[in-house]
Design a protein around this ligand. Structure first.
Ligand SMILES: [Zn+2]
Ligand SMILES: [Zn+2]
Length: 150
């Protein structure tokens, strides 16, 4: 097994506040969970019984889903599949490269970064309009705060 001390910062954040990776946790908490799952021969994600201890995953889907607790890229792939490549806002079905994965409650508003219940698949244009609306509401609030301050 690959083991590396977490010298990288535990959270990688892209411009715009998007969490890209919680890679340090992958080497500590994630490694521990995978080791225990292999020892007990059950899938680390869905807990179904496994015939061997060679892998901690019962399927590719569970592997993506588990990786996605730690890595944004895997979370994206899993969420798009889960949502059947369909935009949650306009319901159109698109190719993966025309889709984005959105935080339902924005991270800036305290939404969880890598929690599947807070992630949804949206098309690019719906995502843009949602982001614009969010930024406008932040601006409005900032304006109000400035007006109220002495
Ligand atoms: Zn599974
Ligand atoms: Zn859409």
């Amino acid at each position: 097994m690959r083991r590396r001390p977490p010298t990288v910062p535990s959270v990688t954040v892209a411009p715009g506040g998007r969490i890209l990776a919680l890679s340090a946790a992958w080497y500590s908490d994630g490694a521990l969970r995978r080791r225990e799952a292999r020892r007990d021969r059950h899938c680390v994600e869905c807990h179904s019984a496994l015939p061997t201890s060679r892998t901690p995953y019962c399927s590719r889907i569970c592997r993506w889903k588990f990786h996605g607790h730690y890595f944004w890229d895997a979370a994206r792939i899993y969420v798009m599949r889960r949502d059947r490549y369909t935009c949650a806002m306009c319901r159109s079905r698109r190719r993966a490269r025309e889709l984005e994965v959105d935080h339902i409650v924005e991270i800036a508003r305290g939404g969880a970064a890598l929690e599947y219940s807070n992630l949804q698949t949206v098309c690019r244009s719906c995502h843009r309009s949602k982001t614009r609306a969010f930024l406008a509401s932040v601006d409005r609030r900032a304006g109000r705060a400035q007006a109220e301050s002495p």
